[in-house]
Design a protein around this ligand. Structure first.
Ligand code: T4K
Length: 374
């Protein structure tokens, strides 16, 4: 049988704003001969992100993973930090990379976000903090997590890599916890090629992170802190400024596709599209399909059929961080307390979306799924 798509359809195909505007900014950058080190484009970018999210500080970085590492270090986390296993592995690696033990807590199967009661059960005398993840751009249970953190004197920060442009309980994500970390990777709905940021309302923390991302330099020849190189370069900030002007178009395309998926998958037994709360502001970038036990076929059979038709749907975040290295060897029994994580990771499919995918393409993807589900 022939494939439904002759070209590969990717999850995470970049959305790219006005090319002329981008080239104009790059031309100005060349004229200035200022390419990195807190240049004027990075400063403008940081200001616009902070305004967009309503936070006091945006510290732009070279990618989301380094932004996580710097935020973790600036908060002084040590010993053990509680994180979900059901997340991109960078959340755990950013801790392990600095000699901190990621301790995996289970999720709420309805929201895929950390279950605050499961977090509570994982606290030990070595625990110094909690990193919540706003998975798929849906807000984590911020009130309950902050209550657990306060009761135990733990620092609370968020991995908001999926949640740029999203609100939770009517407030923009970016202002929760001590700090929130964004990713602007090429595959995110809003990208700066590679890039990331930490946003915070804490003046002192922002100042520390600015030092940390630039080797700890405070002026010429004066190093006042152990730092690293986490700087965003000017060309990335140029991309970010141009894509900020394009963000509403991208969100609208994602919203339209999400509704098209809703229609295309309606009535398929055991196939559920994860809803977005339309009372909130959403970026609609993660179209999540869950294949339950009532379905006639398995999640993997559906994914295989999609791939056969050149639709590279993904099984994020299968099999869970606890089953990836080095965590699988370090904590071979972690799965015993991660029942929901294991079940959810085995039933999720992430579908393609974005400005390069037309509504008609979504309908054809729906036909592939319907064809295999029967
Ligand atoms: N925390 C969370 C919760 C995260 O999800 C992430 C990143 C981070 C932290 C870390 O942030 P960064 O350090 O990355 O800023 C992708 C992305 O690489 C990663 O950024 C993202 N999360 C994760 C969810 O997805 P992979 O390994 O699946 O990437 P890859 O290369 O397979 O790309 C996905 C698809 O996109 C491919 O089918 C090809 C397509 N693609 C990719 C690129 C780079 C394109 O069409 N064009 C491109 O330029 O992780």
């Amino acid at each position: 049988m022939t494939e439904k798509f002759s070209e590969i359809i990717h999850v995470g195909r970049p959305n790219i704003g006005d090319r002329e505007a981008f080239l104009q900014l790059v031309g100005e950058m060349f004229d200035r001969r200022w390419l990195s080190n807190n240049g004027p484009l990075v400063q403008r970018f940081e200001q616009r992100i902070a305004e967009y999210l309503g936070v006091r500080h945006c510290v732009a970085m070279c990618n989301g993973t380094v932004a996580l590492e710097i935020a973790i270090r600036a908060l002084g986390l040590t010993g053990e930090v509680i994180v979900p296993s059901y997340t991109f592995v960078a959340t755990a690696h950013a801790l392990h990379w600095q000699g901190i033990t990621p301790v995996f807590a289970d999720i709420d199967p309805a929201t895929h976000n950390l279950d605050p009661e499961a977090v509570r059960r994982m606290i030990t005398p070595r625990t110094s903090g909690i990193i919540g993840v706003h998975l798929w751009g849906r807000g984590a249970p911020v009130d309950a997590l902050s209550q657990v953190a306060d009761e135990h004197g733990l620092a609370l920060m968020y991995d908001a890599a999926h949640a740029f442009g999203c609100s939770h309980q009517g407030r923009m994500i970016g202002g929760f916890g001590r700090a929130e970390v964004l990713s602007f990777h090429a595959t995110k709905f809003f990208n700066t090629f590679e890039g990331g940021a930490v946003v915070t309302n804490d003046d002192q923390l922002a100042e520390t992170m600015r030092l940390m991302r630039n080797f700890g330099f405070s002026g010429f020849d004066n190093v006042v802190y152990p730092g690293t190189n986490g700087k965003m370069v000017e060309v990335c900030a140029a991309m970010g400024l141009v894509n900020l002007d394009y963000i509403d178009t991208v969100i609208e395309a994602n919203r339209r596709n999400y509704h098209a998926y809703r229609e295309a998958l309606a009535g398929l037994v055991g196939v559920q599209l994860m809803p977005y709360d339309e009372a909130e502001q959403n970026n609609f970038q993660y179209v999540i399909v869950e294949v339950g036990p009532e379905c006639r076929v398995t999640r993997d059979q559906i994914v295989d059929e999609l791939h056969r038709h050149n639709v590279l749907a993904r099984k994020y975040f299968w099999p869970g961080c606890h089953r990836m290295q080095p965590y699988r060897d370090l904590y071979p029994h972690a799965g015993l307390v991660l029942a929901h994580t294991e079940r959810v990771a085995a039933q999720v499919i992430v579908m393609p979306t974005g400005t390069t995918l037309a509504e008609a393409d979504v309908a054809r993807i729906g036909e592939i799924v319907a064809g295999v589900v029967g």
